[in-house]
Design a protein around this ligand. Structure first.
Ligand code: SAH
Length: 320
């Protein structure tokens, strides 16, 4: 069987998320500190207020994993902004049946396979480490541009007619078509129905050549092509291409995750929580916050990008 890389990646990840516990292979920000979800919940509350506090709003999360982010977000929202808690309806976009079951044990929501299926209306969307799981195509510059296909656990290349920019021989260009389609959909939707979307993920600020396909198995890098469904496959998010595709919306960022979270009050909130804890627990909490924010941990490679309805005030976390 010969499959284009995106076809292989889509099949491999669908199998992986349906049959494995992804959280045995990697740890995401909401699993590191409860403050992450709390801050994103309050971010959504401030955005709702700057939308004019509509009486009904969809709070949507794409790829909620274990539901941890949303549980933490809702706790903070209920405590700090009960009006927003009363106005919101929770919708989750998740295509893995087993993760849906985990989410349903903690959250009262309506589930959808695709973001395009979420009903009309003003919307605030949160998505952490969602875009990196979407399938990519890869092109390699030889004498002409070629595209990568997967056959029996290895890459083969075929010449392509795609119009691609000139680049030195050996350059790899990646394109995530589902992410671009999602950006186009959101741009249009936010412009006409209102709201904002916040994406946290890893990748460069400016589009760059390079092979970023990565497989994680048992917390270690593994061969992405070896056996579909045994490892989590991800690629860097091209934030520049994503933001440019969201025609109709205004974008803020990408800002480094560390700066974004620090501006939202990561260290102050963690300090408040730590104050009432035993010293070892308090130290662990502060260490978790630093892991999310420090440049050599998750603070710089990870970025925050917001897409907003055109007339919205700049959302929290993005101003210098
Ligand atoms: N946001 C969570 C989980 C990240 S893992 C966290 O931060 O912990 C990626 C999540 O996206 C999983 O829930 C996975 O099942 C979901 N997912 C991946 N590809 C998807 C797709 N094409 N459509 C819907 N959900 C998808």
């Amino acid at each position: 069987m010969i499959e284009r890389l995106d076809t292989f990646m889509a099949r491999a990840n669908a199998l992986y998320y349906a049959t494995r516990d992804p959280f045995a292979d990697f740890t995401t920000a909401p699993e590191i500190s409860q403050v992450f979800g709390e801050l994103l919940g309050l971010w959504a509350a401030v955005v709702w207020q700057s939308m004019g506090s509509p009486a009904h709003v969809l709070l949507v999360e794409a790829g909620p994993g274990r539901g941890t982010l949303m549980v933490d977000a809702l706790r903070a929202i209920r405590r700090m902004t009960p009006d927003f808690a009363a106005a919101l309806r929770l919708h989750l976009v998740e295509n893995s049946p087993s993760l849906r079951a985990v989410q349903a044990s903690k959250l009262d929501a309506i589930w959808h396979d695709r973001l395009e299926d979420v009903p009309d209306g003003p919307m605030i969307l949160l998505a952490n480490e969602f875009l990196d799981a979407l399938p990519i195509r890869q092109f390699v510059r030889r004498a002409k541009w070629c595209e990568r296909y997967v056959e029996a656990g290895r890459f083969i290349e075929r010449e392509t007619d795609e119009a691609l920019p000139d680049a030195p021989e050996g350059s790899v260009l990646e394109r995530c078509e589902p992410a671009l389609a999602l950006a186009r959909h959101l741009g249009q939707r936010l412009a006409t129905q209102g709201g904002a979307a916040l994406f946290l993920d890893y990748g460069p600020e400016i589009s760059a050549f390079g092979d970023s396909l990565q497989a994680l198995q048992n917390r270690e890098n593994s061969d992405p092509l070896v056996e579909a469904g045994t490892a989590d496959l991800t690629a860097h998010v091209d934030f520049q291409a994503f933001a440019e595709a969201a025609v109709g919306a205004v974008h803020h960022g990408p800002a480094p995750q560390g700066m974004f979270l620090a501006r939202l009050g990561l260290f102050q909130r963690t300090g408040v929580l730590a104050r009432t804890q035993q010293p070892e627990v308090a130290a662990r909490m502060m260490q978790s916050a630093r892991r999310l924010a420090e440049p050599d941990a998750m603070g710089r490679l990870f970025k925050a990008l917001a897409l907003c309805q055109p007339d919205l005030l700049q959302p929290p976390g993005f101003s210098e």
